[in-house]
Design a binder for this molecule. Structure first.
Ligand SMILES: Nc1ncnc2c1ncn2[C@@H]1O[C@H](COP(=O)(O)OP(=O)(O)OP(=O)(O)O)[C@@H](O)[C@H]1O
Length: 258
């Protein structure tokens, strides 16, 4: 099977122009088939506040009312996505920017209201792997933002890590698929105050121990949950680390296996 890399960049990389440019250069030069997924939460919060819209977060997740969805759509699908695509085009990568509505690539269900009403937030239901593959086979590089749709005309805000893992699961039917979650740190850290204390390998058993010992918290818990979901459903390998892990020049990153 041919290899496919699905690479996700976190908000701090997007926020910093120099980091974004450096990353996109690495991404552009990366050999083989690839897909990029980006978030943009910090930028959305910033633009929302300029518009006088307060950002409400619960458990690190954004409450997406109708007004917030408008901001998300403008910022993720417009500003961030199109800037990334334009930069990649300038670097010679034939990128195409997508939401999950484009080519019906990712359909979601609006999250049911339980204790919390998250509003227009989607949980991924279906990834159109064959449609995405048509783009890849035509030598386009898909760049997904964190928006999906319900198939009935409603856009939905969807976690970028989850989009990454579900695209990877869908594409793993067609390719030997690896995920790279890139963020500003070198990997999952044993000691958060020591940025070099990277845990090089995590499996299901060590993950339970890390949870128990409270070594990991916040966004790292759903991120690792996504990693294991992907691995349980056909993805070959998942890596978490700084963008330099893409060239393997920096040995310091975390690899997750079952
Ligand atoms: N042991 C740990 N090692 C590394 N990061 C940890 C650890 N425990 C908690 N974290 C937190 O997890 C965060 C990573 O998850 P988060 O979802 O915020 O990242 P991201 O991919 O940059 O996000 P986004 O897509 O929202 O921009 C880190 O920024 C860090 O604050």
């Amino acid at each position: 099977m041919e290899k496919l890399s699905i690479i996700k960049i976190g908000g701090n990389i997007i926020e910093d122009e120099a980091s974004l440019n450096a990353f996109l250069k690495l991404f552009s030069n990366l050999e083989g088939k690839k897909i990029l997924v980006h978030g943009g939460g910090k930028r959305a919060t910033h633009i929302a506040s300029k518009l006088g819209i307060e950002s409400k977060m619960v458990n690190g997740r954004r409450i997406t009312d109708a007004e917030t969805l408008e901001v998300i759509t403008m910022v993720y699908g417009g500003l961030v996505n199109k800037n990334v695509v334009a930069k990649l085009q300038a670097m010679g990568t034939d990128a195409i920017g997508l939401t999950g509505a484009d080519i019906n690539s990712i359909q979601s269900d609006k999250r049911p209201v339980k204790e919390i009403d998250f509003g227009f937030v989607g949980d991924v239901k279906k990834v159109a792997n064959n449609s995405i593959d048509k783009l890849i086979k035509a030598d386009f590089t898909p760049v997904f933002c964190a928006i999906t749709h319900d198939g009935k005309g409603q856009l939905l805000n969807t976690n970028a890590d989850t989009i990454t893992s579900t695209i990877a699961v869908g594409m793993s039917e067609l390719y030997d698929t690896s995920i790279y979650y890139c963020f500003e740190l070198n990997g999952v850290l044993q000691d958060f105050d020591d940025k070099d204390s990277v845990i090089k390998h995590i499996d299901s058993k060590t993950y339970q121990q890390l949870l128990k010992d409270e070594v990991i918290s916040d966004g790292m818990i759903p991120k690792l949950d996504n990693c294991f979901d992907a691995l349980h459903n056909g993805v070959q390998k998942v890596h978490i680390g700084n963008t330099s892990m893409l060239t393997k020049e920096n040995e310091l990153f975390t690899t997750i296996t079952l």
